[in-house]
Design a protein around this ligand. Structure first.
Ligand SMILES: NC(=O)c1ccc[n+]([C@@H]2O[C@H](COP(=O)([O-])OP(=O)(O)OC[C@H]3O[C@@H](n4cnc5c(N)ncnc54)[C@H](OP(=O)(O)O)[C@@H]3O)[C@@H](O)[C@H]2O)c1
Length: 252
């Protein structure tokens, strides 16, 4: 039987590009996300090449996650790679202007959702053994503070530390864990963050060269397809045209 990858957030951006990248290498796909019609379109596109199972899923719902994993059909059960990609940023404003609900949504999705899926698939990945992978989508926002990063950056710091701690507990099982931390990448990310402001999204990416979804999909595929004895702990990837600025100083 071929390799099977389980991707969360496969309806857009990195997740959708990763589905195409794994399919190109012959992996069977389990694709999830909330937007069923997008999952169906991707299934339609890829199922001539590889077996594709889709599951409409909100990762924040632990019971729904458990049911999706329990109901994986024959041929999709021995998941070899989990791509914990579903996530979002909201509220680019300063912390003191943000609705508490937006903070909760980021924590519920990026932290609780990611642990829900990981918990449900750990037994399967451990059974898969040597060369199985968990690839978590962190962010440079989890390493570097910036204005408006508040809870989003903190959720991605959680993702990174959770991955390192998982590695300790999974030592000896053969299961690898990687934190991929992208910088600026053009996907629907900013559209979601600004609650549908296409002009703001276009402005952010205009005049520079952001990463593409395909760039990150390539990195995801790379870490999951390395020889079984290699674990990339953390892969931070930025566009060449993005860097840091000096410390900010408040002056009279
Ligand atoms: N783009 C960047 O600059 C960037 C940089 C660093 C890290 N990241 C991280 O990379 C990951 C993918 O982001 P992207 O840039 O590809 O953004 P995107 O194009 O907006 O894709 C996000 C995906 O997450 C899914 N998702 C969101 N909430 C969900 C929920 N509650 N349950 C299930 N799926 C959910 C969305 O699917 P549905 O809406 O259909 O559910 C969508 O498929 C995220 O974790 C993000 O934080 C992005």
């Amino acid at each position: 039987m071929g390799n099977i990858v389980f991707i969360t957030g496969a309806t857009s951006g990195f997740g959708r590009a990763a589905a195409r990248r794994f399919a190109a290498a012959g992996w069977s796909l389990v694709l999830s996300g909330r937007r069923l019609e997008r999952l169906q379109a991707l299934q339609e596109e890829l199922q001539g090449k590889v077996p594709v199972h889709i599951a409409a899923l909100d990762v924040r719902d632990a019971e729904a996650v458990r049911q999706v994993v329990a109901a994986l059909p024959e041929g999709f059960r021995q998941v070899r790679a989990l791509i914990n990609n579903a996530g979002l940023a909201l509220a680019p404003q300063p912390a003191q202007q943000v609705a508490l609900e937006d903070w909760h949504t980021m924590i519920d999705t990026n932290v609780t959702g990611l642990v829900n899926v990981t918990h449900a698939l750990l037994p399967t990945l451990i059974a898969s053994g040597q060369g199985a992978s968990i690839v978590n989508l962190g962010s440079v926002a989890g390493h570097w503070p910036y204005p408006g990063g508040h809870v989003y950056g903190a959720t991605k710091a959680f993702v990174e530390q959770f991955g390192y701690n998982l590695r300790c507990d999974l030592l000896g099982t053969g299961v690898r864990v990687t934190d991929i931390a992208p910088g600026m990448a053009e996907t629907e990310f900013t559209l979601v963050r600004t609650k549908g402001d296409q002009a703001a999204s276009d402005r952010l990416y205009r005049g520079t060269t952001p990463l593409t979804a395909e760039d990150i999909a390539e990195q995801i595929f790379y870490v999951a397809s390395l020889p079984a004895h290699i674990n990339i702990n953390r892969l931070e990837v930025m566009p060449t045209r993005q860097a840091w600025q000096p410390f900010a100083v408040d002056r009279d």
